[in-house]
Design a protein around this ligand. Structure first.
Ligand SMILES: Nc1ncnc2c1ncn2[C@@H]1O[C@H](COP(=O)(O)OP(=O)(O)O)[C@@H](O)[C@H]1O
Ligand SMILES: [Mg+2]
Length: 251
């Protein structure tokens, strides 16, 4: 698109009964940026994430990806057009190796075509090459043969991001990728996201403001279902309203 906006929401609302968890959000994510959405607990970040990934249908408003209206598209259709979300730990195959998990994720992208024999032989090599390239990026090559279930919790979360990457997405959506991670593992994930931002559009939903400050191009702060402040990290950091929202339980 000529204006460089890859993902956009217009007047997005998600209501649970009479309660608007997302209450009129207009968001524009520029291609090639790391765009973080932060806010106190209960601000509506995960609800927004579900609308974007197709897990929930918005009550009002529209979602556009690369200029096309995807508001009513299924979660699967969104993955097919290049919107990848990181999987949950529970979706890793605990007994399979790191490499095998990634290979299956690369294969999963291809759907029915992979059933054709001559194609599957060719694709098998391509999938493995893709898995190995992703593994290298995750700094997990030394753990290639380790069962996913034997990785540390932090490494499992890194592997989840890798599973999403295997589909060569145009955009990566991450909801609190560091949640439950130990303090020592957080920099590994933060560095990985920063790296991915060099050749992907990344939308990062995060509660912890410290994590997003150093890696984001743009930060949108949500509070009570609405956008409170948006701008570069320095602008957001200096804004008194953001501090108040985090301190005052204004979510
Ligand atoms: N399934 C649901 N049914 C009713 N209320 C919900 C549901 N999910 C979330 N909420 C409420 O919506 C608000 C926003 O939640 P959420 O999107 O999870 O916020 P965040 O991710 O920013 O912490 C909260 O007040 C939460 O209690
Ligand atoms: Mg949340």
């Amino acid at each position: 698109m000529s204006d460089g906006i890859l993902l956009e929401t217009r007047g997005l609302v998600l209501a649970y009964g009479g309660f608007r968890a997302v209450d009129g959000v207009d968001l524009k994510v520029r291609e090639g940026t790391i765009h973080s959405v932060i806010g106190p607990n209960g601000a509506g970040k995960t609800s927004l994430f579900h609308c974007l990934t197709g897990g929930r249908k918005p009550t009002e408003g529209a979602i556009l990806f690369n200029g096309a209206d995807i508001t009513r598209d299924s979660a699967h259709a969104r993955i097919d057009i290049g919107m990848a979300r990181s999987f949950q730990v529970t979706s890793l195959f605990q007994n399979l190796s790191v490499r095998e998990n990634l290979r299956l994720a690369a294969q999963g992208r291809d759907g029915d075509g992979a059933l054709v024999f001559w194609r599957s032989v060719f694709d098998g090599k391509a999938h493995l090459a893709q898995a190995d390239a992703v593994m290298e990026r995750l700094a997990l090559t030394a753990k290639a043969k380790i069962a996913a279930g034997d990785l540390s919790h932090g490494q499992q979360r890194v592997l989840e991001v890798g599973m999403a990457l295997c589909g060569r997405p145009r955009m990566l959506l991450l909801d609190e990728p560091t949640s439950g991670m130990g303090i020592d593992d957080i920099p590994i994930m933060t560095n990985l996201i920063s790296e991915l931002g060099k050749d992907h559009t990344v939308m990062l939903i995060e509660h912890n403001m410290g994590i997003v400050m150093s890696i984001s191009d743009t930060i949108t702060v949500m509070s009570r279902g609405q956008i409170l402040v948006e701008g570069k990290p320095d602008v957001v950091r200096a804004d008194e309203r953001v501090r108040t929202a985090y301190l005052g339980g204004a979510a």
